[in-house]
Design a binder for this molecule. Structure first.
Ligand SMILES: C[S@@+](CC[C@H](N)C(=O)[O-])C[C@H]1O[C@@H](n2cnc3c(N)ncnc32)[C@H](O)[C@@H]1O
Length: 373
């Protein structure tokens, strides 16, 4: 949100929320609290603007992908792809389930930064009904209301997350690097929102399309040539446009290194998953092949729609309409013909928030300025 809408002090800064018609809840404990910027679900358009025929968030010039129904429907497909490819909503099954095991002491808390249409947040709220899930985004979701233990707040998380420090048992973000300038800072900031012993999960996709040998595919220029791809070209131009604007869109490649360097997390796990674009990949059994075909079909739809979603951003960057039309046309043809077999590479990292250090006697002495003489 706009900086001016907030009291930036740690204890009172709240985000606007769509959890109810008139009430905004404080971030810390779920109790009703006055907000400096609240709105009714019907006036969410205040956060949106039209660019090149699509609806975008109105508050952040770095993130120029749409925030409309079409985009949230695309993200739902991408969510299903990840869900099927990973087998669940998160890597580190044991750590996440342990962190969210019910306890009589308090409600377990989950935070999803850059929640988009809220698909992951809603999935977690349904899987862990005793927990409270908060999804934060620049713009409201247009598709569905959240279950009672899930709510959305609207904020630009790059303005700082002090109001959330040490609050959540699990903190997650996926595909948000396009809205972040300094992703290493973001990892550290997100980690500080996790309670000691809790889990941080970050996933980023890679805009360099990969061939069957898992090597970057050459983008098509001019008339295109054998082995060149128009989808790879459209993604390459999207990447250039995001990078020129200052986005850390390529952060997936450094995710593992930054997690290991983060002083707030330990027990780091990292994995890469290659997702086929289109139903071309075969498994070892008919069931496995069917699953790969389903994943590939959803990913093909997602990528066709992604090229269309880039139009407002690429228009703003000065790309001519004829070239953008060509990206759409040639990508559709390429992904229908499936002569080129391509993958999208996903980077997944997780870590556990370091336990709070035991206070030593000398810390106590310093903190309380005790005179021992
Ligand atoms: C590609 S979408 C991914 C949405 C969701 N995480 C998913 O995987 O379906 C990225 C989302 O991050 C949000 N976002 C990007 N930068 C942000 C920021 N600085 N603060 C809050 N939300 C941000 C965007 O508004 C968008 O909804």
């Amino acid at each position: 949100m706009d900086n001016n809408n907030f009291d930036d002090s740690k204890s009172t800064r709240t985000s606007s929320s769509m959890s109810g018609e008139t009430t905004v809840y404080s971030s810390m404990d779920g109790t009703p609290a006055p907000s400096l910027y609240s709105y009714h679900s019907s006036d969410g358009t205040a956060m949106l603007r039209d660019v090149a025929g699509r609806v975008l968030n109105a508050k952040n010039d770095l993130y120029l992908l749409p925030a409309d129904e079409g985009e949230h429907s695309r993200l739902d497909k991408q969510h299903l792809v990840n869900l099927l490819a990973m087998g669940r909503l998160y890597i580190a099954e044991h750590e996440v389930q342990e962190a969210l095991a019910p306890t009589t002491e308090r409600t377990k808390m989950v935070l999803d930064l850059g929640t988009g249409g809220g698909n992951w947040a809603i999935g977690m709220a349904l899987e862990f009904p005793h927990s409270q899930v908060i999804g934060v985004d620049l713009a409201p979701s247009t598709l569905r209301p959240p279950p009672p233990n899930c709510r959305f707040e609207f904020d630009d998380f790059t303005l700082g997350l002090e109001h959330y420090y040490s609050t959540f048992d699990v903190v997650h973000s996926r595909s948000v690097a396009n809205g972040v300038k300094d992703f290493e800072w973001f990892i550290n900031e997100a980690a500080k929102c996790v309670r000691p012993g809790g889990v941080l999960l970050i996933t980023e996709g890679n805009l360099e399309m990969q061939n069957e040998n898992k090597v970057g595919i050459e983008p098509a220029f001019g008339e295109g040539g054998p082995g060149q791809s128009w989808l790879a070209r459209a993604c390459f131009e999207a990447y250039n446009s995001m990078k020129l604007r200052g986005s850390a869109v390529d952060s997936g490649t450094l995710l593992e290194r930054w997690f290991r360097a983060c002083p707030e997390v330990e027990d780091v796990k990292y994995t890469e998953i290659y997702v086929p674009i289109g139903p071309w990949e075969r498994g070892r059994t008919p069931e496995e092949t069917q699953k790969k075909e389903l994943i590939g079909t959803l990913m093909r739809q997602n990528m066709k729609e992604f090229v269309r979603s880039c139009r407002p951003m690429l228009t703003t960057s000065g790309y001519p309409p004829t070239l953008l039309d060509r990206f759409v046309r040639e990508t559709d043809r390429e992904l229908d013909e499936l002569k080129l077999h391509m993958y999208v590479k996903w980077h997944h990292a997780c870590g556990r928030r370091i336990a709070a250090p035991e206070q030593s006697f000398s810390d106590y002495e310093n903190d309380n300025d005790v005179d021992m003489s």
